[in-house]
Design a protein around this ligand. Sequence first.
Ligand SMILES: [Fe+2]
Ligand SMILES: [Fe+2]
Length: 134
Amino acid sequence: MPLLEWKEDYALHISEIDEQHKRLLQLINEFYAAIIEQDVPPLGQLISGMLEYSSYHFATEQRYMEQNKYPELEAHRREHDLFIARTQGFYERYKEGRFMSSLEITNFLKEWIADHLANVDQKLGKFLVKKGLS
Ligand SMILES: [Fe+2]
Ligand SMILES: [Fe+2]
């Protein structure tokens, strides 16, 4: 059972962003699998993969915001920066060999993404759709 399933409520109706969100949820579900299974990539690899893909995804959203002069760009970018900082913190802890529960990081990722998609990204989606983008 996946931890976080795609639902229509998450759709921004901007296809490039929606596809990336689906991939992000897939990555989170790999963390979930790491908790219950053994034959998955090590946690450090999962975290660095998440950092890489989320940075790429945030850059995409920020490009849409810049190109369309989104008035809430700065606040939205700050949310992205906070996510990267928190996830980077998990990665540092992993590299230092300090104890880290995979459940703790999975819960953080799950809650942050679900909330960000449903609120901050939705707002951006509505703005872009009004501008005629899809
Ligand atoms: Fe997003
Ligand atoms: Fe976002």
